[in-house]
Write a protein that binds this ligand. Sequence first.
Ligand code: NAG
Ligand code: NAG
Ligand code: NAG
Length: 969
Amino acid sequence: MGLVQKVLTALALWCLIVNTREIAACTAAERGALVAFNASINDPYGRLSSWRGENCCSWSGVRCSKKTSRVIQLDLGEFALQGEISPTLAALTDLVYLNLSQNDFGGVSIPEFIGSFKMLRYLDLSGAHFGGPVPPQLGNLSRLQRLDLSGSQMITVDNFHWVSKLTSLRYLDLSWLYLAASLDWLQAVNMLPLLQVLHLNDASLPATNLNSFPQVNFTTLKILDLKSNTNLNSSLPSWIWNLSSLSGLELSSCGLSGVIPDELGKLTSLKFVGLTDNKLEGSIPRSVSGLCNLVRLDLSGNLLSGDISVIAKTLLPCMKQLQILDLAANKLKGNLSGWLEQMASLRVLDLSKNSLSGDVPASMGKLSNLTHLDISSNSFGGTLSEQHFVNLSGLDTLILSSNALKIVMKPSWVPPFQLREVGMHTCLVGPQFPTWLQSQTRIEKIDVGSAGISGMLPDWIWTFSSSLTSLNVSTNNITGKLPASLEQLKMLTILNMRYNQLEGRIPDLPTGVQVLDLSHNYLSGSLPQSFGGNEFYYLLLSNNSLSGVIPTDLCNMVSMEVIDLSSNNLSGELPDCWNKNSKLYIIDFSSNKLWGEIPSTMGSLNSLITLDLGKNNLSGILPTSLQSCNRLVLLDLGDNNLSGNIPKWIGDGLQTLQFLRLRSNQFSGEIPEVLSQLHALQYLDLSNNKLSGPVPHFLGNLTSMYMHNPEWDTSPFTEFMVYGVGGAYFSVYTFSLRATYKGEAVIFRKYYNRLTSIDLSANQLTGEIPSEIRFLSALFNLNLSRNHIGGSIPDEIGSMIYLESMDLSWNDLSGSIPQSLTSLPSLGYLDLSYNDLSGKIPYQDQLATFSASSFLGNVDLCGAPLSTICLPNNNNKHFDTMTYLCMMLGFASGFSIVWSILIYSAAARKVYFQFTDGILDKLRAAADIKLHTNRMLAGRDLSIPTGSQNSITRYHFGGPSTAAWRNIS
Ligand SMILES: *[C@@H]1O[C@H](CO)[C@@H](O)[C@H](O)[C@H]1NC(C)=O
Ligand SMILES: *[C@@H]1O[C@H](CO)[C@@H](O)[C@H](O)[C@H]1NC(C)=O
Ligand SMILES: *[C@@H]1O[C@H](CO)[C@@H](O)[C@H](O)[C@H]1NC(C)=O
């Protein structure tokens, strides 16, 4: 950037300096100023050690004018000076050049006296840790040609008035300053007719309509860099196309929208174009064919559409210089045939995350300068072989993931390259582990997850590259054992081998491991007493056959955020050594054989979001210390032997709780009223305990079940992601909830905003169904079955319009089935059996989709779908005597009612069959819908933002308690 210009500036200065070189003796006043400066500054590296003797003109960083002997240059850049700048420096009134960059002045303001250096042409204070507002006196530097204040985020600029007075300025860099209040920035910059370079990178520029700007003065601008000012929110302004000298245009992450106009082609000097991460749409204009000097074209992360081969063939005629082509994350179509091999100068090609298709041509192997190739997440097909890589000797990064590519190399192939990263996730690489990888001895990251690999891993995988940091071989059919120790892989941070068929024990780990995912294998034996180092974030060993106790070492792992040991054979008591240093968000020890009481030290885990200890043999009462876990969203202690009352502190302390599952324990007593204070509670399962007392009226106070909060469309749970190769990530722990729904045990694997449920079944509850239940109109599952609930079904139940599953069976309910039940449009499961309900079933609309089994065991119920006929005296006045007679006839002869009627007329018969066919279709449709909803529930995908290259990133989804999660991180 600006190399030519830098050289020119340097040359000019050199001339100046050579001219003045004849060492003059400096004036006493200036020498005194420099001595005072030296005295007040801290010089830890002794860079000013030459500042001795009389002639200050020979001191390092100091230059004087030959003619006047006055100091004209002070070049103290990267001297690592600290502390205060003595105001005596103001005596250097003839300064032309002042460089104090890359020092640490500890946030003090830029000295005002700099504004008095009338001769100053060059001022560089970048990265010098100045702070506060820029002194407006700088506006007096009318000769200034170059001003660089970049890199000090503590500097604020309230307005650009002072900038507008710097009319000699050619170079201005205010990157990373805080310019949010500078509404006049563009007007001020427009007063600088000589400006050639403008950097305002990541400077919090205020929302500016770039288009409302009349006419540019700075027509000689060469570099325009406004990157990462996300508030600009404009379309590409037309005045840019008048900047005919422009060679660098960097407007990435500026919130730009609209199309890229044809005028782009007018800027024939362009070498670097960066427009990434905006909302630009439409196609890439054909006029790019005129940009023969392009070296880097980066348009990734937009909404650009069109056919890539058309674009590429347009670019081709003058494509001699293009080294970097990044069109990733757009909506481009087309294929790579007929153009790719002609882009001979390419070093970096990123076409990932588009809709490109077809084969990858073998002629790709001619791109001998290629170092970085990413075509992941497209629809490429066909086979890649040695041919594709024949001349790619400089290739460093190869990312092919998420394509239907088959990668077939001869086992003897020795690639011409040495990769650092390879991603072949969801390509067909197997059945053998690729042997050519063994030659890649400098490799750092390997992703061959879901790559159809089976059989044992080769032994060399653990030794061939000592730089291996990340290995993902998940979701293959890999068998065999892991080595006893992986400690030789000193750089390893991420090991993901989940969903394979590995046996044997968990190996000893090197100390730097951050993520270990060996879940869903056949590992056995006990957990290691120690997990290597303290760097662990995620330990995921669920769904194996691990046995023995949970080691206390886990309590000491201060970085750990997620531990999932669920679905193993772990036994013994829970460790009782948890402490407040913990950052644990998720503990899942469910489905093991743990026994004993829940240790009280678990109450110190006050970051916990999820505590799942379900399906174990835990006993005793809940420790009151748990009330300190006041960020809990999901508490699952179901399927244990816990006893005592449901503690009142749950309602007082766990205010963020959304999912409470205490099912299948020995809890007794009444349901405490404080539960109604849980304003976030949307899932309450207390089923199969020994709870007594009436069904509580305060259920009606559970306000989070009143309506679906649209903000809950995405999970409030923190998604814990690990980034591997390229943009590929995997989610280490997702929401999971064991539920009983529509009469079946299901596991909801994805958070679902309509997971609103009350299950109090199989207790000893009495009383009546409270009519307040009508407020819970967002409820989708209600199960009060197997209690001693009496009274009638409240008519208000019809207002719970989202209800999909309702089970009131095996109670003492009496009276008739309320007509309002027919208008529950989503009801897909209903069980009212074995009560004392009576009267005619209102068998119409939604209720007509249920079979007799929903109503069995109510002796006084009658009418379809039951075979019990409603007698006229049995509040049924709709049948005339004739019909009734016929019905009795039919009934007596063992046929259905309708059949009997059909005896009368052929027309009626026809109608009947149409009707039954219709019913069948309807039932089939209903079944499909149910299947569909289930899949939706189980498989609903959360949208994942693209981005960060960090190896470990957490994404926080919006939701009712998002603020809390943000605070946690
Ligand atoms: C262009 O620059 C000159 C000199 O700095 C100034 O007087 C004039 O107002 C500027 N024009 C615009 C449109 O800002
Ligand atoms: C490849 O890179 C080298 C070194 O940078 C360069 O000299 C050569 O011209 C490039 N090849 C092509 C075809 O651009
Ligand atoms: C593992 O092998 C089984 C049986 O050959 C096959 O059905 C399954 O799809 C394979 N799984 C993977 C992840 O390759």
